[in-house]
Design a protein around this ligand. Structure first.
Ligand code: DAH
Length: 339
């Protein structure tokens, strides 16, 4: 019996040493210490021994089990350490390798100008609204006091889808839509795309962007318009920017004006950007025509308002010194990367 115990122990220790992985080690555990394991079976057969032999063999078996358990435990630790080591080897990252170049995009100058203008007017308490690009002629023209024979309505200038539906040629129709659905006080700007039947050249594109502004309330006057535009010009183009009004005509405003800003490149002295004028044409504006208010369900005896509209490309070109509008639409990354 004693020899048997020693033999089992010896064999077990050998097999533990030889176990190549956790599964094999577990098999050894089951083989010797499991319910039907060799040592367990031996322990069960102790009843057959004489009373003198029993404690001697008993302590031998216990000693053998302790040894086997301890060895298994140590081997398990060693195997697990090997696994981790192997994993670390395999998953090692070579941080000395140059990384792939990450190309970082930039905001398109048109989007940049629009975002900037939105920020300025949000700060003045304006709402930002949207309108359809495919628009009813009645909103693009009639409600804006533009008579049927007005040259802007010519098919030479405006894209017609049907006789009554156009690609909006300006963001001004949004004015009419807002006035019809909102009660004064109204303070909105509307940025968006507009379409005109122009051929492409350095200063023209059949698609471009405008931003429209509209304020309707009691006692709104031309001085509110001028103060607002002055504030806007300073915030958008620099604190030293001056503004001047020139009389003009738009069907939907009376009186109407075009507003120029002092050239922010040469500060009014005359340069390439302002074509030696010292001033840059910024936008069209005026007091909303009483007919327009009436057309849109607002009583011109109770309310008055001002409106303005300008081209985003023109501002982006002036602001960034871009001399050809086509660059803004070709989307050559070498150009766009500069902003
Ligand atoms: N819609 C005009 C255009 O496209 C610009 C404009 C002028 C808008 C005067 C206005 C305005 O709101 O009051 O040329």
């Amino acid at each position: 019996m004693k020899e048997k115990v020693l033999e089992i122990k010896e064999n077990a220790v050998k097999e533990i040493k030889n176990a190549q992985n956790l599964q094999a080690l577990n098999d050894v555990r089951v083989k010797y210490l499991g319910k039907k394991g060799e040592l367990t079976v031996l322990l069960k057969g102790m009843g057959a021994l004489s009373p003198e032999e029993r404690p001697v063999v008993g302590s031998l078996v216990n000693e053998a089990r302790d040894t086997i358990e301890k060895q298994i435990e140590e081997k398990e630790k060693a195997l697990k350490a090997d696994i981790i080591k192997e994993k670390l080897e395999k998953e090692k990252i070579d941080i000395t390798m140059p990384s792939k170049k990450q190309e970082i995009g930039s905001i398109h100058p048109i989007t940049g100008v629009i975002d900037n203008v939105k920020d300025i007017f949000l700060g003045l308490g304006y709402q930002i609204v949207d309108g359809p690009e495919i628009e009813k002629a009645i909103y693009n023209f009639d409600k804006l006091n533009t008579p049927p024979d007005h040259p802007a309505r010519d098919i030479q200038d405006t894209f017609y889808i049907t006789e009554d539906i156009v690609l909006r040629s300006q963001t001004s129709p949004v004015q009419a839509r807002v006035m019809e659905t909102q009660k004064p006080p109204i303070k909105i700007i509307c940025p968006g795309k507009v379409y005109r039947s122009d051929s492409v050249d350095a200063t023209h594109s059949p698609v471009f962007h405008q931003i429209e502004g509209l304020v309707i309330d009691k006692n709104i006057s031309m001085s509110d318009l001028k103060g607002t535009l002055e504030m806007f010009a300073k915030k958008c183009l620099g604190e030293n920017t001056k503004i001047r009004f020139r009389p003009h005509h738009f069907p939907f405003t009376e009186p109407s004006a075009e507003a120029d800003v002092s050239c922010f490149v040469c500060k009014g002295k005359g340069c390439r950007v302002c074509k030696n004028e010292g001033w840059i044409e910024l936008l069209g504006c005026g007091m909303v025509h009483p007919n327009v208010l009436e057309n849109c369900g607002i009583d011109p005896n109770e309310y008055s308002g001002f409106a303005f509209g300008f081209g985003v490309e023109r501002i982006a070109m002036a602001k960034y010194g871009i001399d050809d509008m086509r660059l803004l639409f070709e989307n050559d990354v070498r150009f766009l990367k500069q902003f």
